[in-house]
Design a protein around this ligand. Structure first.
Ligand SMILES: CC(C)(COP(=O)(O)OP(=O)(O)OC[C@H]1O[C@@H](n2cnc3c(N)ncnc32)[C@H](O)[C@@H]1OP(=O)(O)O)[C@@H](O)C(=O)NCCC(=O)NCCS
Length: 229
């Protein structure tokens, strides 16, 4: 069981960023609620060529976050291109994850000597669309959510986000697909969650157990997974 850094029911209006509530040193988090102007590298321009303006905005702004986080790590700006299955390609010696949803973009980065992998995800604090919980959760996972205290938290969305964070941490290590049915996630009301991946799928250095944290603000749910070295 992990220990929560902050009370997950605390209001988000105290100036603390959302992910900073659930991710600590040595991970560097940069997030923004507004889109930012950024000079993309040529290769990044080519990667996003033809995309609709909304996608260009989130692609650029989340890279603005990532470059700021790189700067905090003392690492110069480099192109951050989508690689295998969309996973971002980080500079040597860096691990990280990015997320964007309406009104929010964030990147979390760390030195690979400190952290093996990171996953972060942001979602609206709203119930999943009808039918989605049955796709992303087993009957047992869904039943467990139903026992959690209400408190204005969309628990199904927390579970979904937790699985997205697990996937973002899993993929760079395992380099293989992980389906929603391949990990059993237990969300705890104290701000923590655990994920148990089918051990038959855990290859190489990818662990089959992940400890994560979540926070639910009035508008957004964020989750994070940090895999220790
Ligand atoms: C890839 C995925 C996790 C992205 O999550 P999302 O909520 O749709 O979108 P987010 O905005 O939070 O994250 C998008 C970012 O994730 C990152 N990402 C995409 N594919 C990735 C991968 N294979 N591995 C790690 N990170 C990845 C990218 O940085 C991307 O931003 P970019 O395209 O601007 O570079 C999701 O679309 C997906 O494919 N999920 C299915 C797999 C899954 O979740 N399994 C659950 C296992 S328990």
């Amino acid at each position: 069981m992990c220990s929560a850094i902050a009370d997950p029911a605390r209001t988000e209006n105290d100036g603390t960023s959302l992910l900073d509530r659930i991710v600590t040193e040595p991970v560097r988090v940069v997030e923004t609620r507004a889109d930012r102007e950024i000079a993309l590298f040529g290769s990044e321009h080519r990667a996003i060529a033809g995309a609709v303006p909304r996608r260009r905005a989130e692609f650029g702004t989340v890279r603005w976050c990532a470059r700021a986080a790189l700067d905090e790590l003392g690492i110069a700006a480099v192109p951050i291109l989508p690689g295998e299955r969309g996973a971002p390609i980080w500079p040597d010696g860096v691990v990280g994850a990015m997320t964007h949803c309406t009104g929010y973009r964030a990147a979390a980065l760390a030195r690979a000597s400190d952290v093996a992998a990171l996953g972060v995800d942001a979602e609206p604090n709203e119930p999943l669309p009808a039918g989605v919980l049955g796709i992303v959760a087993s009957a047992e996972e869904a039943e467990a959510l139903a026992t959690l205290p209400r408190r204005g938290i969309a628990w199904d969305r927390v579970l979904f986000s937790a699985k997205e964070s697990v996937y973002k941490a899993w993929f760079p290590l395992a380099r293989r697909w992980l389906g929603f049915e391949d990990a059993v996630v237990a969300v705890h009301p104290d701000g923590c969650f655990t994920a148990a991946v089918d051990p038959r799928l855990a290859v190489g250095v990818s662990p089959d157990r992940y400890d994560g944290r979540w926070f639910a603000g009035s508008e957004l749910v964020v989750t994070a997974v940090t895999v220790p070295t």
